[in-house]
Write a new protein. Structure first.
Length: 91
């Protein structure tokens, strides 16, 4: 079960996301569904197409399957997704 305490160790693809902070101010307010993830980026499907954002410079609000909203500094996600899921993290 995905919870606010363990969201960083779960698969993010398919979750709804809102960019609440970014070094590129034109990305703030961008919302959609995460459709792909690489080591350094997330691809978000929006109403206007796909947008790629850098993890290192973004703050995201993610809606969990249970409906909870979690705000995270996406720089904590910088790693290969399959390795992040298995590594231990301090929260």
């Amino acid at each position: 079960m995905i919870s606010p305490q363990n969201v960083l160790r779960h698969e993010l693809i398919g979750m709804n996301v809102l960019v609440v902070g970014a070094s590129n101010k034109s990305l703030v307010g961008l919302s959609g569904r995460i459709i792909d993830e690489t080591r350094n980026t997330l691809v978000i499907a929006t109403e206007r197409g796909e947008k790629r954002i850098q993890k290192r410079y973004s703050i995201l609000q993610i809606r969990l399957p249970g409906g909870d909203l979690v705000e995270i500094d996406a720089s904590t996600l910088v790693s290969q997704p399959d390795k992040r899921i298995t590594m231990r993290m301090k929260l």
